[in-house]
Design a protein around this ligand. Structure first.
Ligand code: NAD
Ligand code: UDP
Length: 312
């Protein structure tokens, strides 16, 4: 029988794509979300399936459900959202991990933790390998997210060593695609919405900082493979190694949208990482996984999504 799967944060950007794939694979899916950044619209088509169940739930609280697999994704991911209420962000990461690991322990379920490249902070090693311990400011404005996620990783490994819980830790690098929140402040959604609305593209700093952007379908495939394999608990980097400056991204968005918007420089936020690129050797070897969608192709899909959204 197909395992029953819980996805926390399932109404969010990545979570909704993951739920969609799991339903298509024939699983029973429970989606638990408090709708802080996720929306019912993201999962509306899934509500028609009798294998899909939506629970309004905050992961600060324990959850008693009978599931075999848990994808723990609940946590705001964009700097604007996670910095709005930093204390809540820490609680979501830490209490959420404790509650979901407790559930995994009781159920002898397998738990995949959505960790992040932010555990590497503003990295001094490039590209980032899983062995790198990172360079994180523990008291800065990004710390609620970075340290919250680092503590969640710690909890995963301690529950694994101390209680034998089967964990899988994915370090997700910048991911983009349809269903990103149009106002969540992340660079891809910001630039596309600004370009389509004829507003200036807000370039923080001089735009020379780099990121490596992974299309959401590739990321979801990586998450599914990591959960399915028995060889390693991780951590495993999941991201697209193709690295771009933020200025290059802005220029690409302008070209693909045909927008006449100009670039407008704004101050660089504190502790903004200078460069980021995943080393995905471990994911290639362990999961036989690598991204297949080039940035230009993924952006075209994402632009089409936002065009429709803004026209509605
Ligand atoms: P998102 O904000 O779209 O999704 C997060 C979801 O979690 C939302 O539906 C939100 O309502 C829900 N949520 C937040 N707090 C909650 C709580 N206390 N209880 C229950 N639900 C709660 O973000 P996303 O981009 O889909 O990110 C999903 C996960 O992947 C997050 O854990 C994030 O840290 C991780 N991640 C994402 C990226 C990325 O580039 N998108 C990169 C690294 C890691
Ligand atoms: N950024 C930008 N303009 C924006 C939003 C973000 O120049 O309107 C920059 C931001 O400073 C960072 C990069 O784009 O260097 C990625 O930002 P995002 O918030 O998407 O993700 P993160 O910083 O968490 O990687």
């Amino acid at each position: 029988m197909n395992p029953t799967i819980l996805v926390t944060g399932g109404a969010g950007f990545i979570g909704s794509h993951l739920c969609e794939r799991l339903i298509a694979q024939g699983h029973e899916v429970l989606c638990a979300d408090n709708f802080f950044t996720g929306t019912r619209d993201n999962i509306r088509p899934l509500l028609a399936s009798d294998r899909f169940e939506l629970i309004r739930h905050d992961v600060w609280l324990p959850l008693y459900v009978e599931v075999d697999r848990i994808f723990n994704l609940a946590c705001p991911a964009s700097p604007i959202h996670y910095q709005t209420d930093p204390v809540s962000t820490v609680k979501t990461s830490v209490l959420g991990a404790i509650n979901m690991l407790g559930l995994a322990k009781r159920r002898r379920a397998r738990l995949l933790q959505a960790s992040t490249s932010e555990v590497y902070g503003d990295p001094r090693e490039h590209p980032q390998r899983e062995e790198y311990w990172g360079h994180v400011n523990p008291i800065g404005p990004r710390a609620c997210y970075d340290e919250g996620k680092r503590c969640a990783e710690t909890l995963c490994f301690d529950y694994h060593r101390q209680h034998g819980v089967a964990v899988r830790v994915a370090r997700i690098f910048n991911t983009y695609g349809p269903r990103m929140h149009p106002r969540d402040g992340r660079v891809v959604s910001n630039f596309i919405v600004q370009a389509l609305s004829g507003e200036p593209l807000t370039l923080y700093g001089d735009g020379s900082q780099t990121r490596s952007f992974c299309y959401v379908d590739d990321l979801v495939e990586g998450l599914l493979r990591l959960m399915a394999q028995d060889a390693s608990v991780g951590p495993v980097n999941l991201g697209n190694p193709a690295e771009f400056t933020i200025r290059e991204l802005a220029e690409l968005v302008l070209r693909l949208t045909g927008s006449k918007s100009r670039l407008e420089c704004r101050p660089l936020p504190q502790d903004d990482p200078v460069q980021r690129q995943p080393d995905i050797a471990r994911a290639r070897a362990l999961l036989d996984w690598q991204p297949t969608v080039a940035l230009e192709d993924g952006l075209k899909e994402t632009i089409a999504y936002f065009r429709k959204l803004l026209a509605a």
